[in-house]
Design a protein around this ligand. Sequence first.
Ligand code: ADP
Ligand code: MG
Length: 386
Amino acid sequence: MITAPSVAQLSSRFEEAFGTAPDGVWQAPGRVNLIGEHTDYNEGFVLPFAIDKTARVAIRVRRDSTVRMLSTYGDHGLVETDIATLEPLTAKGWTKYPLGVVWALKQRGIDVPGLDLLLDSDVPLGAGLSSSHAIECAVILALNELTDAGLAAEQMVLATQHAENAFVGAPTGIMDQSASLRGAKGHAVFLDCRDQGVQLVPFEAEEAGLVLLVIDTKVSHSHADGGYASRRESCELGAQVLGVPALRDVGVEMLEEASGLLDDVTFRRVRHVVTENDRVLQTVELLSSDGPQYIGALLDASHVSMRDDFEISCQELDVAVEASRSSGAIGARMTGGGFGGSAIALTPARLEQQVRDAVVIAFADAGFTTPDIFTVTPADGARRLA
Ligand code: ADP
Ligand code: MG
């Protein structure tokens, strides 16, 4: 597990690399989606929360249009480019995320100056915890301030989506950056993806004697792969045949009729989205009225729906979910876009070790790579640190 250096350490790393102190340090968290998967681009509901793992960027504005970028992670070396030459889909590696934000701001007529930027992140990469949006949100928060652009959170959400969709080339929605920018300690972010309406819902697992375990299967997922795009296409087709603007407009009570109008695969994709939206609403109600110890069955049902109807799980995710459930977790599901990444397991704190051990043993028995298992708690959204 990576431990985050202090702000002072980060500033002195910056000074070593670039010769001067940064103008400031900004931080943005990764996120875990508690429930509501593949509902965002269907204009539906999601319930993610910002986690206590963050990307931090130290930035100094330059007088020219050069951007120099360095990450404390891995062995990437200093990357240098010129703002005037930014072209969608051409940037390589991690720098496409900060550069995508610069590009998206420029597209909005904001005059972004050259920058020196040092990234330090302890959000696991490619684990479904949105390490990419953590970077983008830290950068956009910094640039919003440094350029006096005055963008509201909703506009920053759309700008980072534009960066991911058009510049990076990942067809992602608005969930990840909304959680990262708008999250709050002890709360999940109930987001209506149709109008960006946000309601903070108390999610205090610890107080209920629970922990939320993240099981990173280490199976890498990629949005560039066909699976994600083909699910989006099925959803669009389903909405078109059913004559609604988006699957958000299909209620559970309409599913029976829909089954007669859609082919089997499209119907199952639609059924996942429609029932998942309903599960998000039920989860929000239960969290507000009764507490996190009552949402286990909804997490389980969400996983079954993704495994059987949406078909975006994989063996490792299924083993993680089954092993945690059979060793004491009260609910578990894969989280994130699917085809790998992480599962979450809501677990009584006193059974945490038992569940961890059971998952590790099940992975070993199946011949899978040992998973990374850690707990996350709902943390504050993006902010300036120094
Ligand atoms: P996710 O957002 O679910 O973690 P993505 O594929 O969208 O997965 O983003 C992961 C990519 O983000 C990595 O391949 C890497 O390029 C980049 N990345 C994330 N954090 C860092 C970091 N600290 N240093 C360098 N690159 C990073
Ligand atoms: Mg990502």
